[in-house]
Design a protein around this ligand. Structure first.
Ligand code: PHE
Length: 340
């Protein structure tokens, strides 16, 4: 009997040792200690043991069972620890690994500049007026002191929809609508698309302008210059200054072309400013009395200034874009880089 138990024990130890998982270990346990297990069978056979031997044999069986149980327990702990280790291993996160960059969208550069201009002029008290892209010849030209056959009409190659209607060539058309609708003081900006039959590296048949108009008592060219100085510092940097050059627009008198000191070289002369130290950024002037009178504004009492900014031009200068087409081609490799 003792030998038999010894054999069961040895066999059990070998089987336990060989078990490579908790499931297998449980099978081994059942095969020895389960209802139909080897050791259980020995216990069941106790009735055949002579009564005087029973206590001794019982003790052997118990010892064997205890020994097997403790080895089983030990193995179970080992297997559990191993399973846990494997789980940790597979779920390991390397917190030092750089996270994947979240790609986020950004506004189109033209929208960015447009919004920056609205912010800057908004902070100076300008209100936004949105005009319409289809205009009449009257608002786009005649009311702006540019009647039929006026040579200045040649400055802008116009897309006519009919003899009366056209795609506006300038946001200046909005000036007239505002002055007809509102009594001074007037202080508006008007951003929007304009259209001209013009197409090269710096011109596109459709582009964006922002008009500005101020009409009030005692407005002079000095007010325009002061406001522009403030504006260019905000958009191009604190060191930027302005220079006015005489120009011509039918609806302003005097008219000026506004240059800014080159914000790239600081005025020394570089590629951006073509060695001159100055960059032309907009047209402006004191509102022509003929225009004010046409809108029934008393020129004895009121005067004004107006300016027109090319938004693509500002964007191209600010972001170093050398071809206006890049702003209309929706190439994400270009657009992704401009996130101001
Ligand atoms: N409308 C002019 C242009 O498109 C710019 C401008 C606006 C000039 C207002 C003077 C005053 O060229």
């Amino acid at each position: 009997m003792k030998e038999k138990l010894q054999k069961i024990r040895e066999n059990a130890i070998a089987e336990i040792e060989k078990s490579d998982g908790l499931e297998r270990l449980n099978e081994v346990r059942m095969a020895i200690l389960g209802k139909k297990g080897e050791l259980t069978a020995v216990l069941k056979g106790m009735k055949e043991v002579a009564p005087e031997d029973r206590p001794k044999v019982g003790q052997w069986v118990n010892e064997t069972r205890e020994a097997i149980e403790s080895i089983l327990e030990e193995k179970k702990k080992k297997l559990e620890a191993e399973a846990l280790r494997l789980r940790y291993e597979s779920e390991k996160i390397d917190v030092t690994m750089p996270a994947e960059k979240n790609k986020h969208g950004n506004l189109h550069p033209i929208t960015q500049v447009r919004n920056q201009l609205i912010d800057i002029f908004g902070s100076m008290g300008f209100e936004v007026y949105e005009g319409t892209e289809i205009e009449t010849d009257h608002y786009n030209f005649t009311a702006l002191n540019t009647p039929q056959d006026h040579p200045a009409r040649d400055m802008q190659d116009t897309f006519y929809l009919s003899p009366e209607f056209l795609l506006r060539t300038q946001t200046s058309a909005g000036q007239i609508h505002v002055m007809e609708a509102k009594k001074p003081p007037i202080k508006i900006i008007s951003p929007g698309k304009v259209f001209r039959s013009d197409d090269d590296a710096t011109h596109s048949p459709m582009f964006t302008q922002m008009e500005g108009l101020v009409v009030d008592k005692g407005i002079t060219l000095c007010d325009l210059k002061g406001m522009l100085d403030e504006f260019v510092k905000k958009i191009f940097g604190k060191e930027t200054t302005t220079r006015l050059r005489p120009s011509y627009f039918p609806f302003t008198e005097p008219s000026v072309e506004v240059d800014v000191s080159c914000f790239q070289c600081g005025g020394k002369g570089c590629k951006l400013c073509k060695g001159t130290g100055w960059i032309e950024v907009l047209g402006a002037g004191v509102v022509n009395n003929k225009v004010l009178e046409g809108c029934n504004i008393d020129t004895e009492e009121y005067s004004g200034f107006a300016f027109g900014i090319g938004i693509e031009r500002i964007a191209m200068l600010k972001y170093g874009i050398n071809n206006i087409k890049l702003l209309f081609e929706s190439d994400l490799r270009v657009l992704d880089q401009i996130d101001d």
